[in-house]
Design a protein around this ligand. Structure first.
Ligand code: NAI
Ligand code: MG
Length: 490
């Protein structure tokens, strides 16, 4: 007989202060903010609310560490070893970290264990291997000169991350920055600061010199903006909403900082008539509902060929009926709450828009329970391109199904958006697959799969979904400056 698996005990809260120059300190203002468990709506902990003064102290510490420290003199190979040591410590505490992530963010513990932690560790180890493989070139030039390039760290980097994959976003940001030899001031999202602070503690334990990694928790328009405007920060790496990126671009213009952005999407997920239907249904369901729909690359415009539409919908509905919502610390749970009240309200208002604009709400459409920010997995059919639910990023468990007739039409409609983060196509026809991969204007195209990520595979957006790439060698380049050295030989 199957026994219910035990609910994971709530983890200890250990780090709630700013981490600056190797010291844990309260915010200079003495202010704190509450981080909330979205499953219970209870306050988990009060966290230091950093602002401009704290950011300034953190940037100074990062500058000192960048210019004159063990870190700047450290062999590249030792830098890589230090990163591996951090990964060892994350592995030792993986279970505790997964529980902390679930508590703060609301994501099911099964996902935190199976996806967030292993992907974060893999990313950091991938970049650890890069630390001693950053090479310049020798370049033949006219005249009697010897010209070569050096790849140098960009300097002090400000990293601003969102709440949907807190640990993983730390790994995506720290990995290339540390491998390159940069120093870091990070501002975690105000909704989910706890695992970032815990990772900073592990980095301290691993032996990273003081000031290499600094964390200033706080709000975007205060701590975040102060980091973006700070004259001694060389680069900002940001993940979040495109409207925030527009503000950051303006705020960074005074100092002309290097910017990389990983923003949102309204990604077309296209099912051709010859697709393996079971695989397409399962993959499309996962590609939208994974992480409560809170994925930048969610397949939120699901285009299904009219000839298979009804069959597809029947199979999809069966998956939703069986989906287990509830306490995310229960290992059986498949869907947790949305991250906070704001996101919950935003998603519910999109559901109302969908209904009032005439789409058919096939399943879900309501709050689940009366405690916590849970929303039923919701499927809309008969969705038209102009409806809000087909145009705007909902960032929740709301699927919009659109019908199409032929490939040219679906390519055109798929590209009709200012976003360009991801796209997917389901087909057994190799030529059709490559044709779509060529025609879809998106940074990632998945064929017969969805949400397949790898630390080695670049990720980022076309159009207003981003700027630059993360992951892979391209992601490392975003943390390097090229210096050209020319030596007269006579
Ligand atoms: P956001 O872009 O405002 O927040 C992301 C990070 O930026 C947080 O750390 C926040 O404190 C910081 N931030 C906010 N304003 C800032 C400013 N003026 N200067 C510097 N940093 C600033 O996203 P938010 O408000 O949490 O969510 C709004 C919508 O954005 C979501 O509904 C979703 O559609 C989208 N989003 C997309 C994400 C992605 O992965 N691409 C992640 C999170 C949100
Ligand atoms: Mg915002």
């Amino acid at each position: 007989m199957a026994t219910a698996s035990p609910v994971v005990p709530k983890p200890q809260i250990r780090q709630t202060e700013c981490f600056i120059g190797g010291q844990w300190t309260p915010a200079k203002s003495g202010k704190t903010f509450a981080t909330v468990n979205p499953a219970s709506e209870e306050v988990i902990a009060e966290v230091a609310e950093g602002d401009a003064e704290d950011v300034d102290a953190a940037v100074k510490a990062a500058r000192r560490a960048f210019e004159d420290s063990e870190w700047s003199r450290m062999d590249a190979r030792d830098r890589g070893r230090l990163m591996h040591r951090l990964c060892d410590l994350i592995e030792e505490e993986a279970e505790e970290l997964a529980a902390l992530e679930t508590l703060d963010n609301g994501k099911p513990i099964r996902d935190a264990r199976a996806a967030d932690l292993p992907l974060a560790i893999d990313c950091l180890r991938y970049y650890a291997g890069f630390a001693d493989k950053i090479e310049g070139e020798t370049i033949p030039v006219r005249g009697n000169y010897f010209t070569y390039t050096r790849q140098e760290p960009v300097g002090v980097v400000g990293q601003i991350i969102p709440w949907n994959f807190p640990i993983l976003m730390v790994a995506w940001k720290w990995g290339p920055a540390l491998a390159a030899g940069c120093t870091i001031v990070m501002k975690p999202a105000e909704q989910t600061p706890l695992t970032c602070l815990r990772l900073a503690r592990l980095a301290q334990k691993a032996g990273f010199p003081d000031g290499v990694i600094n964390i200033v928790p706080g709000y975007g328009p205060t701590a975040g903006a102060a980091l973006v405007k700070h004259p001694d920060v060389d680069k900002i790496a940001f993940t979040g909403e495109h409207l925030t990126a527009q503000t950051i671009m303006q705020d960074a213009s005074q100092t002309l900082k290097r910017l990389t952005f990983e923003l949102g999407g309204k990604s077309p997920n296209i099912v051709l008539p010859d697709a393996d239907l079971d695989a397409a249904v399962a993959g499309s369901h996962f590609g939208l509902f994974f992480n409560q729909g809170q994925c930048c690359c969610a397949g939120s415009r699901l285009f299904v060929h009219e000839s298979i539409h009804d069959d597809f919908i029947d199979r999809l509905s069966a998956l939703n009926t069986n989906r287990k919502l509830g306490n995310p610390l229960d290992p059986e749970t498949e869907q947790g709450p949305q991250v906070d009240r704001n996101q919950f309200d935003k998603i519910m208002s999109f559901i109302e828009r969908g209904k009032s604009e005439g789409a058919t709400c096939l399943s879900g459409g309501s709050r689940h329970g009366d405690v916590g920010y849970f929303i039923e997995p919701t499927v809309f059919t008969n969705v038209e391109d102009e409806m809000a639910i087909a145009k705007d990023e909902i960032f929740g468990p709301v699927m919009s199904v659109l019908k199409f007739k032929d490939i040219d039409e679906v390519i055109e409609r798929g590209n009709q958006t200012f976003y360009g983060l991801a796209a997917a196509v389901w087909t057994r026809d190799v030529a059709a697959a490559h044709r779509m991969a060529d025609a879809l204007r998106a940074g990632t195209v998945w064929v017969n799969c969805y949400d397949v990520f790898d630390a080695a595979a670049p990720f980022g957006g076309f159009k207003m979904s981003g700027q630059g790439r993360e992951l892979g060698a391209k992601g490392l380049n975003a943390y390097l400056e090229t210096k050209t050295v020319t030596v007269a030989l006579d």
